[in-house]
Design a protein around this ligand. Structure first.
Ligand SMILES: [Zn+2]
Length: 318
């Protein structure tokens, strides 16, 4: 009797600890996982990050160059999925700056001050076109004259496109905003603007320019919500659409705006007609994509989906 009692006293704590271990075992063994698509992006290319974790809280990703300097960053959002271990799956979208040097780099995921995961990436080498643009007095003034309204417009736009929402309006590939394929400028062109006084300034072209006549129908590149549709000093009549968390498309120099701020649009919904308003040397459509505030190459978003949930999940489950 005495012995049996002593055995019970011993076995209960052992069973208790064993049950505790089994209950928490999945947490102890399931790893936070991170995938990067693609692992060898080019300058200007959007990069999709998938994160599976039991941890709660908000997470952000940063892209660091080989010297540990921050090139860009993005906030994770929920995909409403679980990986094979039951971990919540999140995603973040960023774009490698077109100015990034080729070579080794690192993607780091942070939760507060904690480092959650890291993956090395290799930024490929990409050459960009050089072009020189002579501006007349009117366009020179648009670029160099300080104007409080211009500064305010620039701050308003930056506030808009640096936001990371939660809506997944456009998980598929984008479609070009005009049917014409005639381009007068390309993504990432290194530009020198020559001013009328002989001085010059360098700039990088943030989007692609389609050389289309005034009045050409311009359509949305993907489903989304119109977050800006109004005249601006430098970009003329402008439309901005939010498609995914931190992913926006921008349409500049329109002759007429045919959509209202707040409107929901589909791919190929009419946005207005192309023109030459704002800082423009002739009729064209400037089409630009921003990902987490950074300029991204629109052609990549036409070529592939940047939020393929099934692909993200399968890579995390590998
Ligand atoms: Zn342009």
């Amino acid at each position: 009797m005495y012995c049996h009692k002593r055995f019970s006293r011993l076995i209960f704590p052992v069973v208790f600890v064993l049950v505790l271990y089994l209950n928490t075992g999945i947490f102890l063994h399931a790893q936070t996982r991170l995938v990067v698509l693609p692992e060898n992006p080019l300058p200007g290319e959007p990069v999709t990050l998938g994160l599976a974790t039991f941890r709660s809280g908000s997470f952000r990703a940063v892209l660091l160059n080989s010297r540990g300097q921050r090139l860009t960053g993005a906030v994770f959002f929920d995909l409403g999925l679980q990986d094979k271990n039951g971990q919540a799956v999140k995603a973040a979208l960023l774009a490698v700056p077109s100015t990034a040097a080729s070579g080794s780099a690192l993607i780091r995921v942070e939760g507060g001050v904690e480092r959650i995961a890291e993956i090395p990436v290799t930024i490929g080498n990409r050459e960009f076109i050089f072009e020189e643009i002579a501006l007349n007095q009117e366009n020179t003034d648009l670029r160099i004259l300080t104007d409080p309204k211009k500064v305010a417009e620039s701050e308003t736009l930056w506030r808009l496109i640096s936001q990371t929402g939660t809506d997944l309006f456009a998980p598929g590939p984008f479609v070009p905003p005009v049917t014409s394929t005639r381009r007068t400028s390309f993504f990432g062109d290194r530009r020198v603007f020559r001013y009328v006084d002989g001085s010059s300034e360098t700039s990088i072209h943030a989007g692609v320019d389609y050389g289309v006549p005034r009045g050409t129908p311009v359509t949305a590149c993907a489903p989304g919500r119109v977050v800006l549709a109004r005249p601006r000093i430098v970009t003329g009549n402008s439309v901005v659409i939010e498609h995914l968390p931190g992913v926006y498309s921008l349409y500049y120099h329109l002759d007429k705006i045919g959509v209202d701020e707040g409107a929901m649009v589909n791919a190929r919904s009419p946005l207005g007609e192309s023109g030459s308003t704002g800082l423009s040397t002739g009729p064209h459509l400037h089409w630009e994509i921003r990902v987490a505030g950074e300029n991204a190459d629109p052609d990549v978003l036409v070529a592939r989906s940047v939020l393929d949930k099934a692909l993200i999940l399968s890579k995390l489950n590998q």
